[in-house]
Design a protein around this ligand. Structure first.
Ligand code: ZN
Ligand code: ZN
Length: 272
């Protein structure tokens, strides 16, 4: 299984020179679960560049394009109107939304492109696009098995556990830990995972001023990683206030706590 990061920034893009080392695009992760299966986690602004890449036939897997959306906050959907494969009729795109929600994923994606927010409507996209909600327990998508777990986030969000080809990738962003206790849902999500990507928006000091905002810290994430026995831990959903110099400091703090931890950045590729 191969994991490639196209957007690692949380909340809002940061297209500024002092952010370029880690990257300014909002969440998008490409997962090659097997040679034939492409999963795209989140449609933040990072998906635009991935879409360009997928226009190259050699880069496009036979199994089509599967996009998984954890929740409907802007930073996780705002790149979709700029996803080039969606405009070409030769492409098949499956968009999966969260299971427990008041809104259907189709309505959400249509809504953000509706008049007067965007000049092109969803039905002008020429690809064969299908929308569906993930099941509450397990959904088989091409060659991979996907489990969803509810996260602690304003208006809700979902974590994903993806199993394919004998590997496990765990994803928990956006989520806030609960004081003094380890989140059992995320421990289950990440149990024995080869790689856990976790919401580390705040430093432990910043978190004290941001309680209830729906995000967590690397310290809490590493405690979960330890409890769940994960192989590698990825710091993700970087705060838009954290420029490269700040992120370098986080990288050394995290590195001092665990040799298995890394700070994700745009363009980073990890083979599991
Ligand atoms: Zn977010
Ligand atoms: Zn969110």
């Amino acid at each position: 299984m191969k994991v490639r990061f196209w957007g690692v920034r949380g909340s809002i893009p940061t297209p500024n020179a002092e952010y370029m080392q880690y990257g300014g695009n909002t969440p998008c992760i490409e997962i090659r679960a097997t040679n034939n299966t492409l999963l795209i986690l989140e449609a933040g602004t990072g998906i635009r560049k991935l879409g360009k890449k997928l226009m190259d036939q050699a880069y496009l897997p036979h199994g089509g394009i599967n996009i998984l959306i954890s929740h409907h906050h802007w930073d996780h959907i705002q790149g979709f109107p700029f996803f080039e494969p969606a405009f070409h009729d030769k492409h098949k795109i499956f968009v999966f939304g969260a299971p427990q929600t008041d809104y259907r994923i189709h309505t959400i994606m249509e809504g953000q492109m509706a008049y007067p927010y965007f000049p092109v409507s969803l039905d002008q996209m020429r690809a064969k696009i299908r929308f569906a909600e993930l099941k509450k327990d397990c959904t088989q998508v091409a060659d991979s098995l996907i489990q969803t777990f509810p996260l602690n986030h304003p208006q809700g969000a979902n974590g994903f556990r993806i199993e394919a080809d004998g590997k496990i990738f765990a994803y928990a962003s956006d989520t806030e830990h609960r004081a003094g206790q380890i989140d059992k849902n995320i421990v289950a999500l990440a149990r024995d995972a080869d790689f856990l990507v976790y919401d580390c928006t705040y430093t432990p000091e910043e978190y004290e001023r941001k309680k209830g905002w729906g995000h967590s810290t690397y310290r809490e994430g590493l405690a979960i990683a330890h409890e769940a026995g994960v192989g590698r831990f990825g710091v993700f959903h970087h705060d838009p206030e954290h420029d490269d110099a700040f992120m370098d400091r986080i990288a050394s703090e995290v590195g001092a706590l665990s040799e298995h931890a890394l700070v994700t950045r745009e363009g980073m590729e990890i083979e599991l």
